[in-house]
Design a protein around this ligand. Sequence first.
Ligand code: SF4
Length: 190
Amino acid sequence: MNTVSLLIERLGALIQQSVREDAARHGLLPIHIQILHYLAQANRYSDLPIAIADYFGITRGTVSQSLAVLERKELLIKEPDARHGKRLHLKLTPAGIAVLDQSWAERVEQALQAQPHDTAMLDETLRSLLTALQRLNGQRAFGVCRQCAHFLIEKDGARCGLTGEPLATEQTVRLCREWTAPIPQPLHDV
Ligand code: SF4
């Protein structure tokens, strides 16, 4: 086995352990912490129960049970969509945001910032590896809006080329379930 595969396996195991510890500290299950973390990053097309099921590869029933626990603990609320009556957006409450303080993600972020190397290349390599594995597993890719093939910058600001809707700046750095990998540009001779 390639050493990179082993490193990824170790990182995955360590992160899972940290998620379990974070969850136990708050009397939650690991999936609850993962859902809160996902929702903290999801854009307005993706803060939905169906998107959570797709993202984690779990059933809608499991999602419903987890959302019921998080709602009961007042860690999230459901907000009706202004234009699509039946659609409910899931929003973290201040208590839900506080649960993510000092979470595993912050510890990974701190460790990354302490690295002497530029992490842009690492980001790109991991992203393309993730996309390749998601394709193999037949899963939706999910990705950051600004790195999507449909992302457009126009004179009035950012817009989604798929839905045609304008994008507020804070939405452009969030995760989207409709994300599509950009088509690589051919290299031209200089
Ligand atoms: S540009 Fe892509 S990632 Fe952004 S909202 Fe549209 S489909 Fe989603």
